[in-house]
Design a protein around this ligand. Sequence first.
Ligand SMILES: [Zn+2]
Length: 417
Amino acid sequence: SMNNRRYSQDCLTMMRSIVFLALFALASATVSYQGYEVWRLEATREQHADVRQVVEEHHLDVWAGGRDWVHVLVSPEQKTVITEKLAQLSVHSTVYIDNVQALVDRSDEEQKNNRAGFDFEQYNSWEDIEAYLTGLPEVDSRTSIVSLGKTVEGRDLWQLRISVAEGKQPVWIDCGIHAREWISPATCLWGINYLLNGYGSDQAATDLLDANDIYMLVVNNPDGYAFSHTEQRFWRKNRMLYDGNQCTGIDLNRNFDEHFGGTGSSSNSCDETYKGPSAASELETQAVQAGIRDIADRANSLYSIHSYSQLWMYPYGWTCSLPPNYDQLDAISKTGVEALTSVHGTDYEYGTICSTIYPAASTTIDYSYTVGIVNSFTIELRDTGAYGFLLPADQIKPSGEETWAGMIAAILATPST
Ligand SMILES: [Zn+2]
């Protein structure tokens, strides 16, 4: 019996090793989205609460939302139960992307064919972006680089500053707070090249840099961005894991110290909108808040760039009440959207975050607005969901052209403070 017991213990140990190795293999491989679909749920104002309940109850990953619709990622296992739930609530749904993995495969293939090293018209790795940004001041004296802080994995939050002369009002632009929204950092980077090359020859670029300094945080969530390139394409949050939490990652755009924990943020660490343990608990949030406060009393405006949905928004996110300078924010947004649309005909809607998508507390622009940058905006870039986060790289250039035309028109229409 002694031998038998030893045999069974050895066997157990071996089985544990096999299970461990299998789990390890899964964790290190790229996550598969075979059988996953993106559904569009129609949601009138009256149905918003019902839809939110389904999302929360089933921990659905919301990809995007508009006034009367929301896109959610649905796993093969969830299809039946979600269908039944939606039928009970009379919420109409359609399959918007019927083969998520096929789009991932297309994107993977595109990434494999990338030119070696950095290129403005491809989705670059974190390492290539960092090398480009930190090398720029050596070759262009109009630029300087500042690290606003470090992430939990030790990456720098590089802020590139562009200034053609001293004493101009800064404009803050941040990109890539959500890891999977690759078009966001790509549009920021495209803008750096456009401004530096265009100054002195392109009218809009020249007017902008003659009026303002640009403070650009190109990748607000570098740990998540790197992870979305190497491990899990649809990663959104940062990469912090707290003791006692089941899942890794905090939604940095629900972590700001402004109405923390309000509507649209989750207390469940496994949710994509997990707010974190406390206001500004995250290193990225602390660094960004400090950077925003540093320039709040002299900044012209702030832009926080996301994707997707083609929306131009302003505060508030935490409440659907209108901000004090609503008329001005709406007029500036109208100017920006008209300039944007005039480039390639891309349709954008505009309005407050709360009224245009859904209530979302503790976001970048509610924070910046409250600490004094009263002209704060957030833009959801291309597209409206045909590709979603998997937007082909050949759209980086048109996205850059129209977004910068829109932002420059809006910034130049913003009164100096
Ligand atoms: Zn986002």
